[in-house]
Design a protein around this ligand. Structure first.
Ligand SMILES: Cc1cc2nc3c(=O)[nH]c(=O)nc-3n(C[C@H](O)[C@H](O)[C@H](O)COP(=O)(O)O)c2cc1C
Length: 511
């Protein structure tokens, strides 16, 4: 059995899935006749429709993105709140016809619009929703009941008694389906699991906050137990993260429950599936098998040493709360869509400050302890931000300032670093996520690799929302790994490139 603490596995996966110059010279052939279905379909189960009429929270997106609800609050979602959470994180918000069919765009950004993340509910009795295990069906905007009854104790057992799970009337389990994303991205898909699950969680956490629900992301769980509860075929689909939602009296610790297989038929995603063993090996090497391993997962986050600023510094200048744009979270999520082209026009330092400040105030997660700990560091290439000289910067989150690393007009280099795409060259600023993998893997084992990718996706999703809340545009991007590190070195020496988000004024103006 692969060992989580043999961390060579994560490093080997990371190195084997780096993009480097030349990758575009050998494009992967996309077999459109074999393109996977974007939805998981259980033909033998009828979905029950979720309420379509959305309550408006009216909570400003910039507040919802930045905040979280203290766990002392007693709160439990009703069915309408469940519908809001699901719609605004994974619902179909737009659709567009193209020559090969129709793309159903969802509330959160996702690599290639392939939507490999599925959501399941594990709940006690909620108002208008009986206790059960349910699969969310975005196509019908409904729920399919997989198991009737209260199975929260199974999650409590799987997480070794995690307090937020014990108190949660509802936990949403996010799974990722290999083939749906690997059809295009091959073995690099395992990184995408973290990114795409993360952008979805950024929306989910913001909506939970707007609804007054405490929420906590939980990544420490025994994989096989959760997969068994959902009855997924773990060669194809695996649980990646849990989100404990709400706060009620704790369920008592349970003795291990017997979970019977359901044997439910699902529609094959494609005519045939291509296997990329690297990603399944990465998953196996980062799986937890015992209560002891889960208990060891929780606890303090390693804080990578980060040298104090040595160069010129610029303080963030976020506007006061009264000057802050107040568009509500639901409006901003529905307005969001990745920029397909940026104007080469500047944004203000106040707008950039708002984005960095609001997105980085802390993610409630079991691997980020205390709240506010962060695994990724943000490095910026500024092209057009009023009040900042163009060049490379690093963000000192704890001090609320940017350190100037080197001056220069780096539009061409940024285009190159972002896999020779036009978007990072035209943006006003490119925000790179870099992490020092060694201490993270030393502390968390290979599973730390899941955590660092997931955190980047969550922070990236928050950047998207904070940009769109100010009527700016944003897009996630992929990159040439080692060239990014070289560009930001010597400051970035020994770090790894994890993610990239470009921000600017979209060429097509937002409605
Ligand atoms: C992690 C991540 C990486 C992405 N990488 C790219 C990219 O390299 N190039 C690009 O044009 N779009 C990229 N996108 C944008 C997606 O194509 C876009 O999210 C998807 O088509 C869904 O559309 P929407 O974001 O407008 O809803 C990326 C998005 C994410 C979340």
């Amino acid at each position: 059995m692969p060992d989580n603490h043999n961390t060579e596995a994560a490093l080997a996966y990371h190195n084997a899935t780096k993009h480097s110059y030349g990758v575009r010279a050998h494009p992967h052939f996309l077999d459109f006749a074999n393109q996977p279905l974007p939805f998981k379909i259980y033909p033998s189960l009828d979905p029950s429709r979720l309420p379509g009429e959305m309550r408006q929270t009216g909570v400003a997106a910039l507040s919802a993105v930045a905040g979280s609800i203290a766990v002392e609050t007693t709160a439990s979602p009703d069915l309408k709140a469940v519908a809001q959470l699901l719609y605004l994180s994974a619902g179909i918000t737009r659709q567009r016809k193209y020559s090969g069919g129709e793309i159903y765009f969802r509330a959160a950004a996702c690599t290639g619009a392939l939507y490999e993340v599925e959501l399941y509910l594990v709940s006690g009795d909620l108002a208008d929703l009986p206790a059960g295990v349910y699969h969310f069906a975005p196509a019908e905007f409904g729920l399919r009941q997989l198991r009737a009854g209260d199975y929260r104790g199974v999650l409590l057992e799987a997480t070794g008694g995690e307090t937020s799970i014990a108190h949660a009337p509802l936990t949403i389990v996010c799974t990722c389906t290999y083939w749906r994303n690997a059809w295009k991205y091959q073995a690099r898909t395992y990184r995408h699991f973290g990114w795409d699950n993360g952008t979805l969680l950024a929306n989910l956490l913001a909506v939970a906050t707007a609804l007054g629900l405490p929420a906590k992301v939980v990544c420490g769980f025994m994989d096989a137990t959760v997969n068994r509860l959902l009855d997924v075929d773990s060669q194809r689909e695996v649980a990646f993260s849990l989100v404990a939602l709400g706060h009620v009296s704790p369920i008592p610790p349970q003795s291990p429950a017997k979970i019977s297989p359901l044997g439910l038929e699902t529609v094959p995603l494609s005519r045939n599936e291509v296997d990329y063993p690297l990603m399944r090996e990465m998953h196996a090497a980062s799986s937890l098998h015992s209560t002891e391993e889960v208990a060891a997962w929780r606890g303090l986050t390693p804080l990578a040493s980060f040298p104090p600023p040595a160069g010129s510094i610029f303080s963030l200048q976020p506007p006061s709360d009264v000057e802050m744009p107040r568009d509500p979270i639901e409006q901003v999520i529905l307005r969001r869509g990745s920029s397909r082209r940026f104007e080469r026009t500047p944004i203000s330092l106040s707008q950039l400050s708002t984005i960095l400040d609001r997105a980085s105030r802390g993610v409630p997660a079991d691997f980020l302890d205390p709240l506010g700990a962060q695994l990724n560091h943000l490095y910026l290439i500024v092209h057009a931000v009023e009040g900042l000289e163009p060049g490379a910067y690093v963000f000192h989150r704890d001090r609320g300032l940017l350190e100037f690393l080197k001056p220069g007009n780096f539009r061409d280099q940024a285009g190159y670093l972002g896999l020779e795409q036009q978007l990072p060259a035209d943006a006003a600023v490119d925000i790179f996520f870099l992490a020092d993998l060694r201490p993270i893997l030393q502390r968390f084992g290979n599973r730390g690799y899941r955590a660092v990718q997931l955190e980047a996706g969550i922070l990236g999703g928050k950047l998207y929302l904070a940009a769109y809340a100010q009527r700016l545009g944003a897009t996630g991007l992929t990159f040439y790994d080692d060239d990014v590190i070289r560009f930001f070195s010597p400051h970035a020496e020994n770090k790894s490139a994890i993610f990239l988000v470009a921000v600017g004024n979209s060429a097509k103006r937002q409605a």
